[in-house]
Design a protein around this ligand. Structure first.
Ligand SMILES: [Zn+2]
Ligand SMILES: [Zn+2]
Length: 372
């Protein structure tokens, strides 16, 4: 995978490799899951029906830096853990699922495939979903930011900028006002909401002697609080409407939810955390991780809103190695990186077995999910 990195929605080679391996290990594989060409769900059933526990694989790479997010290790850990658990399923009730979730980095028609699966109800009857992600620290749980995309298209009237400015309606002025108004929202943002607003003006006129009749702004709006995020997206929309009123321009606002924030599941965090700690790795105190400031967004957030879920991070290289870099990709094939993957795979394996063997853990996870 390191040598043949495939971009999101085009992960055909690795998709085939993973499926072949799972079929060889007697998994029942549903290919092209929900019509997503490089997604799959591989199932292995136990002695009788019972809980459904999923381990998630990602396998998309990044342009220019290959597996600079280390998704190669996510894929192998997921099928490794799934296969290991399948070996003892004859003594357990339930079903282990290895779910192949392509295009996590948001590229192509399968972008954010976990969200597509969430929208189609795939995660609703899953009792627990777990996974790992390469990083430079060991940790379990933690928040992620929900993200919306918002586009403002302003329509004005062109006119000669010197001879007849009074006949023009300046769409760029409207966009600039909206851009500044959006900036000003930050001052009154709730401080515990981890609100992030980032935006650009993508169109702003064609020549300086023509009053622009079209200008476009694009924003990303993020927060760790799902409900608050929706309110803030509405406020940004109001900034666009206000700017349109002020300038006489017309505005069309398009908003789209990309990823949900991460809904924590502390009972699951505790079980997974213990299975890392038992292997002697310096895993961060999970309470501190939970209180930490979330930096990014992931489509795993949408899984966590539908079923009890938790992620974990494995340390594959020196602290300070940037994410989405060639350096991190290189870490994924060092001894340190591969050893970390094995430890992570074992933690995922032991966690799933523990959840199958002691269903009270799952009950606790389920009631936590419904009460938070
Ligand atoms: Zn990434
Ligand atoms: Zn990633």
């Amino acid at each position: 995978m390191y040598e043949n990195p495939e971009l999101g929605s085009e992960e055909y080679k690795v998709y085939k490799l993973l499926i072949e391996e799972l079929e060889k290990q007697d998994f029942n594989v549903e290919k092209e899951l929900l019509g997503i060409p490089t997604a799959f769900s591989a199932s292995f059933k136990g002695k009788k029906s019972g809980p459904k526990i999923a381990v998630l694989a990602e396998y998309d790479a990044l342009p220019g830096v290959g597996h600079g997010c280390g998704h190669n290790l996510i894929a192998v850990s997921a099928i490794g853990a799934g296969i290991a658990v399948s070996r003892v399923m004859k003594d357990l009730a339930g079903e282990v699922l290895v779910v192949g979730t392509p295009a996590e980095e948001g590229r192509g028609p399968s972008a954010g495939s976990k969200v597509i699966m969430a929208d189609k109800g795939f995660w609703n009857d899953v009792d627990a979903a777990i996974m790992l992600h390469p990083a430079t620290r060991w940790s379990v749980g933690g928040k992620a930011l929900g993200i919306w995309q918002l586009k403002m298209e302003f329509k004005g009237q062109t006119s000669h900028a010197a001879a007849s400015p009074e006949k023009g309606i300046n769409a760029l002025n409207a966009a600039t006002l909206a851009y500044m108004a959006t900036h000003m929202l930050r001052q009154e943002a709730r401080r515990d909401s981890n609100l992030v607003i980032h935006g650009i003006i993508t169109e702003g006129g064609l020549a300086s002697n023509i009053i622009p009749d079209r200008a476009v702004c694009e924003f990303g709006i993020r927060s760790s609080d799902e409900k608050y995020l929706v309110q803030m997206v509405d406020k940004v929309e109001k900034c666009a409407e206000g700017a349109a009123i002020a300038t006489g321009a017309k505005v069309t606002v398009t908003k789209k939810k990309l990823y949900s924030s991460m809904k924590p599941n502390i009972p699951l965090v505790k079980v997974l955390w213990q299975n890392y700690a038992d292997q002697g790795v310096p895993v961060d105190d999970w309470m501190k991780t939970q209180e930490g400031i979330p930096m990014a967004s992931t489509d795993f957030g949408d899984v966590s809103q539908r079923c009890p879920s938790t992620g974990s991070s494995i340390s594959i290289g020196p602290e300070g190695t940037p994410g989405h870099s060639k350096q991190l990709a290189d870490c994924s094939i060092t001894k340190v990186g591969l050893d970390a993957m094995m430890i992570g795979t074992k933690a995922l394996t032991m966690t799933m077995i523990e959840l199958f063997a002691k269903p009270e853990n799952l009950k606790e996870a389920r009631s936590y999910f419904h009460s938070n």
